[in-house]
Design a protein around this ligand. Sequence first.
Ligand SMILES: C[S@@+](CC[C@H](N)C(=O)[O-])C[C@H]1O[C@@H](n2cnc3c(N)ncnc32)[C@H](O)[C@@H]1O
Length: 243
Amino acid sequence: MRLRGKKNAPELLATLPTLVITEPEQHKGKWSQVFGDDRPIHVELGMGKGQFITEMSVKYPEVNFIGIDMYDELIARASEKAMAVSERTESSEQHPSNLRLVRANIEFIENIFAENELSRIYLNFSDPWPKKKHARRRLTHPRFLEKYALVMNDWGEIHQKTDSETLFEYSLNSYAWMEYMMKDISLNLHRDGIHEEHIMTEYEQKFFGRGMNIHRVEVLVGEAALKQHREAKKLAVKKQPMV
Ligand SMILES: C[S@@+](CC[C@H](N)C(=O)[O-])C[C@H]1O[C@@H](n2cnc3c(N)ncnc32)[C@H](O)[C@@H]1O
């Protein structure tokens, strides 16, 4: 079934029970069983039409991916992408086996995942909520970061991309408030052109196409992620200091 307008999105979703999870709370603490293995789980919060998460699932088969959004129509669009990438790779599967799409409100993320269940959270072009009175709605408000910390494991990292300078500035301060280590901060990710390894989101393509700078940061949340970074830093400093 193909998506024709908004109306038949729920019908399309119902035809894809292995890909689309509409009652994710049932799987809290049991996502490894959903995937059938213990691979690390990376989640995109607010995946939109799903280009990023579907392409990531093909590129990194050693990782399990979950895309979350709150609208049926967007989940349906992402499902179509998931099926299209499977066709492109000539897989016999209807969709990448390491990908699930979840309809949920991020506000209640702690009802979907148990402690230590996630290794990485992607925040791609989250709504900037520029007015001060809406600051609590920003997905990098400390109240959200507290929730993410709860569900992420020792290897936990947050990777954020945004076109919004104000959201980026706000987010860096939130991470600092949480006393997180940040690395690979960029104010203009595509300064030297698009790296072929880089998987773009729909919004990224749109904003980059308009000549806007894309900001990016990686945030180390878990102790093991931090330790690994410290070890790597020791080696790098011996060879060559940061340029
Ligand atoms: C600006 S779009 C970015 C989409 C995609 N990540 C991209 O970069 O192309 C933000 C997305 O976040 C979703 N979103 C915002 N708040 C949400 C919430 N509380 N729960 C689930 N999804 C949310 C919206 O529905 C929308 O699809």
